[in-house]
Design a protein around this ligand. Structure first.
Ligand code: HEM
Length: 470
């Protein structure tokens, strides 16, 4: 009752006794997105926030940068909805409880500094070349879904840079490990939308529980093996009398996590590495795929991107260097605009651990509630982006058009100290890969069409493009 009274001025869609608004979250991924759009409309008729009861749990959904900023800066604990990931990712950075997260994030942060991740440009260049070669089978053919090609490429990049293991998914995608990963993701997504599968006591009665456990065990065994191998390597090198740090060999994220201020256990290392490979792969692949489709739809933008690439590379197909990437200002704006319109992490959910005042809607959210920051809604809000908010216009990100914008108006990587630790690395990968593809192929596409929301945002019909060799 206290929670309801404190948030009495917030609008709420009609609900049912006991289950509240839970019925809005029953149905397929497509229906779910439609419902979320209705909720966003209701929020914008008021002050950008609404409240929802999911059974006994109060959620406040936020659609303005002002209130998103307050939540993302002050409420660092993840919402209980992420608990489904716990058996898989344990206390890895993505879902670690705040106390542990603070200590571990401090240790992991330097591993993602620009000067460290730039060392991985060589790996990105090699995998970009494999992608270009694989795409050639689609040259001058019918429309095809480009996401599967891109996902294989980003998997190769993220695995090699996170674990130091070359997986070669682009040439051999059918491994037991990848199948297991896919199965776990499918069960997690299904659980998110089938409310009756959400309570553990019911889920454990279904065959999915065993299937999930077996497949999670398989993925754990895989990462455990890699961690064990790296631990032996580290101990051997540490004990060498003249151990030379600069062996010239590429040091993966995992290598950099040994011998740090915190001595991570093998289990903690596995949880961090699994979190990084899961958080870093599909997100990056999706942004690249959306960007390629958008370039296919907007031929004028594609031409400008191509001219920028030509100015940097001439007709060379080599991998991009750090200096090359710094010159790709227009491509960077294109990728940002793609992330704005197609926000691959459309919703960010946090636990409210202390009463928190939201200045935008003028309400204090009570401790114990959940906050759902609608990044997708904020990115398409006319109040923030103007009457043409739905149009694709990369020049919105020109410095002179961005400097007056609210700092939390653009949050594809979230905001505040618990934002995406891999955002700079993600940008390096995305710019390098789009650069390579656009230098080799001219792209054509129709509109992206309808969207559906799973853990991430997908187009219903896939990322369909046609390509011709340049
Ligand atoms: C376009 C690419 C990417 C997008 C859109 C993205 C988006 C996000 C978002 C929105 C969050 C925060 C969720 C929250 O606030 O609750 C996050 C967290 C995280 N991301 Fe990314 N990400 C991307 C690429 C990457 C890459 C390349 C890596 C690593 C290789 C990575 C690793 C992580 C990790 C470990 C976290 C958890 C951080 C923490 O809780 O401290 N991400 N990402």
């Amino acid at each position: 009752r206290r929670m309801d009274e404190m948030t009495a001025s917030l609008p709420s869609p009609p609900g049912l006794p006991i289950i509240g608004n839970a019925t809005m979250f029953i149905g397929d991924a497509e229906k779910m997105l439609k419902n979320l759009e209705k909720l966003a409309d209701l929020a914008y008729q008021h002050k950008g926030c609404i409240k929802l009861w999911l059974g006994p749990k109060l959620y406040v959904a936020i659609g303005t940068p002002e209130d998103a900023q307050v939540v993302l800066e002050n409420c660092l604990d993840k919402d209980v909805v992420y608990r489904f990931l716990r058996p898989w990712l344990g206390h890895g950075l993505f879902i670690a409880p705040v106390g542990l997260w603070k200590a571990h994030r401090k240790v992991l942060l330097p591993v993602f500094y620009n000067k460290v991740v730039e060392e991985y440009l060589g790996v990105i260049g090699v995998q970009a070349n494999v992608l270009i070669e694989r795409l050639s089978e689609q040259t001058d053919q019918k429309e095809f879904d480009v996401l599967k090609y891109i996902t294989a490429c980003t998997l190769d990049i993220v695995f090699e840079t996170a674990m130091g293991e070359r997986m070669d998914v682009q040439h051999s995608p059918e491994t037991p490990y990848l199948r297991a990963r896919h199965t776990v993701m499918t069960i997690l997504n299904m659980r998110l939308f089938k409310v009756w599968l959400q309570p553990d006591c019911l889920f454990n009665l279904t065959p999915y529980a065993k299937e999930q456990k077996d497949n999670i065990d398989l993925t754990h065994r895989f990462t455990d093996e890699v961690v064990k191998k790296k631990r032996i390597e580290y101990e051997r090198k540490k004990n060498e009398v003249n151990f030379d740090e600069s062996t010239g060999k590429l040091r993966a994220v995992l290598d950099l996590l040994f011998g740090r201020e915190i001595e991570f256990t093998d289990e903690q290392l596995r949880e961090h590495i699994d979190s990084i490979t899961i958080a870093g792969n599909d997100t990056t692949a999706l942004v690249i795929a959306y960007t390629l489709v958008l370039l296919g739809v907007h031929q004028d933008v594609q031409e400008k991107v191509y001219l920028e690439q030509e100015a940097v590379f001439g007709d060379s197909k080599r991998g991009a260097t750090k200096t090359d990437l710094q010159k790709m200002n227009y491509l960077e704006r294109v990728i940002k605009e793609s992330m704005r319109l197609y926000t691959v992490v459309p919703i960010i959910a946090r636990n409210i651990d202390k009463d928190t005042y939201l200045p935008g809607c003028g309400v204090t959210i009570p401790a114990g509630a959940g906050a759902v920051v609608g990044a997708f809604a904020i990115h398409r809000s006319k109040m923030v982006w103007g009457p043409n908010a739905k149009d694709f216009d990369p020049d919105r990100f020109l410095p002179e058009r961005s400097d007056k914008r609210h700092p939390a108006a653009f949050i594809p990587f979230s905001y505040g100290s618990r934002n995406c630790i891999g955002r700079n690395f993600g940008m390096l990968i995305m710019k390098s890969i789009v650069s390579s593809v656009i230098r080799s192929y001219k792209i054509y596409a129709h509109d992206i069409g309808g969207l559906k929301i799973e853990m991430l945002l997908f187009p219903i019909n896939g990322h369909l493009i046609k390509i011709h060799k340049r």
